[in-house]
Design a protein around this ligand. Structure first.
Ligand code: BG6
Length: 472
C-alpha cells in the first residue's frame, strides 16, 4: 500500500544520517510501495530548501550512490511544512500527497524528536486528524524511569492504539542481530549447549570512538545507560538469552523477551562502573559540573534455569579506543587437561563464539588447535563467517530501512513493547536511585580502570588479540 511518511525532526541528526538516505533507498529500490515524504521540524524551510538539505544528507551519508536522474525522481516526493505552521497546513500537505498517491494510502508518522517533544507531536497529529489509517514510529528513550515510562505509554495510548505504535530500537534492525535468532534457532548444533552448563560468561561490548557530535543537548540529560543500555544492549541481550519462541511472530517473540527482562536481577550500583571522558565537561552545551556518564560497564544476571550463575558483562561508551559491536560467548574450559602446562592451552582465554553486529555481520568461533610442527604446542585458531564474503553482501539492508519497511507492513516482530520497556526500567531502579560517582577516563582508552575489577577473574575480550580476518 502507498504511504505518506510524515517525518518529525526532519532536519535533525538522525534524519540526516539515516532516515532521509534510508527513505531514498526504499523508494528508489522499489522495496516499498510508493511513498511521499512530508518533512517537518522547528526550522523554517520550504520544499526546495528541504530537498537541498536531503540531497546533501544522501550524498554525505548514503552508502549507495544516487544519480541525478534518480534524485530528481525522488525529490518531487519530498515536501516540507514547518512545525510552527500548526496542524492545518500539515493536514493539507498530507491530503495533497494522498491524492497524488491514489487509493488506499496509509500514513506512517516517524517521531525523530527528543522524548520531551513527543507528546506535543502526538497532540498535533490528533489535531490534524492524522491518526486514522496511521502507524507511529517512536524513538527512544521511552521515558527515563518506570514512572515516566508508564506515564508516557498512558498518554500515547490516549491517541494511538498499541497496535499502531512502533517503538524503534535500531539494533534489532541490524542483519547481524537477526542472525543471532537464525543461528540459535535454525540449527541444532549450538542450542543444546546454550546454557549455564556450558557457557561461562557473556560479554556485550559496544565501545564507540564517536563523541557527542552535535547532540550535547540530548546526551547531557540521557547518558550512556539510558542512551544505549536500556535500549540497545538489553534488547540484544534478550535475543541471546531468550527461550525458543513458539513462532517467529511478534507476540511469541515479545513474550520470550519479556520473560528475560523479568528474570533480570535488579541492576546493583556495586556492579556498575560509570565513566566520563576527561574534557566532557568542557564540551559546548555540557554543564561544568555534569555528572552524566559517557561510559558504562556493568554486570547483569538473568536469574532463570538456563542462565543462573552466568554473568553478562555489558560495556559501552563514547570516545573510546575502538568502535566495535560484539557479543562474545565464552565457553567453559575443558575440565581436565592432558596437555603440558607450558603447551599454551588456556593461555589465550576460553574458547569463544563471537558475533559482530557491524553491517557486514560476522560470526567467529575460536578454539585451541595444534600449532603445526613437532611436539604439541597449542594456539588459538578460528573459523569465521562474514556476509561480505557471500553473494548476498549487496542485499544487506540498513537497520532503519528494514524497520521502516516492517512498520509500514504493520509487523511488530523487531520492535519493543510497552511491557518490555517498563520491566527494564523497573530492573534499573536501584542504579537510577543510587548511581555510583562517575570515574574519569582518557579519551581513546577502554574506560576507567575499575572495569577490570568488574569482570575479574575474567577479562574483557576487547581489544582482540587477533583482528577479524579481512574480507575479500
Ligand atoms: C544510537 C545512540 O541509538 O545508537 C548513539 O543514540 C549511538 O549514541 C548509536 O552512537 C550507535 O548506533 P550504531 O548503529 O551506529 O552502532
Amino acid at each position: 500500500m502507498p504511504h505518506v511518511v510524515v517525518l518529525f525532526g526532519a532536519t535533525g541528526d538522525l534524519a540526516r544520517r539515516k532516515l532521509l538516505p534510508g527513505l531514498t533507498h526504499l523508494e528508489l529500490s522499489d522495496l516499498t510501495p510508493d511513498i511521499e515524504v512530508i518533512g517537518t521540524s522547528l526550522e523554517e524551510m520550504d520544499d526546495e530548501q528541504f530537498r537541498a538539505f536531503a540531497r546533501q544528507a544522501v550524498d554525505e551519508f548514503s552508502p549507495r550512490r544516487v544519480s541525478d536522474d534518480q534524485w530528481t525522481e525522488f525529490a518531487q516526493r519530498l515536501h516540507y511544512v514547518p512545525q510552527s505552521a500548526g496542524p492545518e497546513p500539515l493536514a493539507a500537505a498530507v491530503k495533497e500527497a494522498e491524492e497524488r498517491l491514489g487509493d488506499g494510502v496509509r500514513r506512517l508518522h516517524y517521531l525523530s524528536v527528543p522524548p520531551k517533544a513527543a507528546l506535543a507531536v502526538i497532540r498535533m497529529l490528533r489535531d490534524a486528524g492524522l491518526v486514522e489509517r496511521s502507524r507511529v514510529v517512536m524513538e527512544k528513550p521511552f521515558g527515563t524511569d518506570l514512572a515516566s515510562a508508564i506515564d508516557l505509554n498512558n498518554k500515547v495510548h490516549e491517541t494511538f492504539d498499541e497496535s499502531q505504535i512502533f517503538r524503534i530500537d535500531h539494533f534489532l534492525g541490524k542483519e547481524a542481530a537477526q542472525n543471532i535468532l537464525a543461528f540459535r534457532f535454525a540449527n541444532g548444533l549450538f542450542e543444546p549447549i546454550w546454557n549455564r552448563n556450558f557457557i561461562d560468561h557473556i560479554q556485550i561490548d559496544i565501545p564507540e570512538t564517536l563523541g557527542l557530535d552535535r547532540r550535547a543537548g540530548f546526551y547531557e540529560s540521557t547518558g550512556a545507560y539510558k542512551d544505549m543500555v536500556v535500549t540497545h544492549l538489553f534488547q540484544v541481550l534478550a535475543f541471546v538469552a531468550m527461550e525458543p519462541p513458539t513462532a517467529l511472530e511478534p507476540r511469541a517473540i515479545s513474550e520470550e523477551k519479556n520473560k528475560v527482562f523479568r528474570s533480570l536481577l535488579p541492576i546493583e550500583p556495586r556492579h556498575v562502573v560509570r565513566g566520563q571522558y576527561s574534557g566532557y565537561r568542557r564540551e559546548e552545551g555540557v554543564s561544568p559540573e555534569s555528572d552524566t556518564e559517557t561510559f558504562i560497564a556493568l554486570k547483569a544476571r538473568v536469574d532463570n534455569w538456563r542462565w543462573a550463575g552466568v554473568p553478562f558483562y555489558l560495556r559501552t561508551g563514547k570516545r573510546m579506543e575502538q568502535g566495535q559491536r560484539i557479543i562474545s560467548i565464552a565457553f567453559k574450559e575443558a575440565p581436565k587437561s592432558m596437555f603440558a602446562p607450558n603447551s599454551g592451552v588456556g593461555t589465550q582465554g576460553p574458547d569463544h563464539l563471537t558475533f559482530d553486529l557491524a553491517d557486514e555481520s560476522k560470526v567467529s568461533l575460536s578454539f585451541y588447535g595444534k600449532r603445526p610442527g613437532p611436539g604439541m604446542r597449542l594456539e588459538k585458531l578460528s573459523m569465521q563467517f562474514s556476509t561480505q564474503d557471500t553473494e548476498r553482501a549487496g542485499d544487506v539492508l540498513e537497520a532503519y530501512e528494514r524497520l521502516i519497511m516492517d512498520a509500514m507492513r504493520g509487523d511488530h516482530t523487531l520492535f519493543t513493547s510497552a511491557e518490555g520497556i517498563e520491566s527494564l526500567w523497573q530492573r534499573s531502579q536501584p542504579l537510577l536511585d543510587n548511581p555510583p560517582p562517575v570515574k574519569v577516563y582518557s579519551p581513546g582508552s577502554w574506560g576507567p580502570n575499575a572495569i577490570h575489577q568488574l569482570v575479574a577473574p575474567h577479562a574483557w575480550r576487547l581489544p582482540f588479540e587477533r583482528a577479524w580476518r579481512q574480507s575479500r
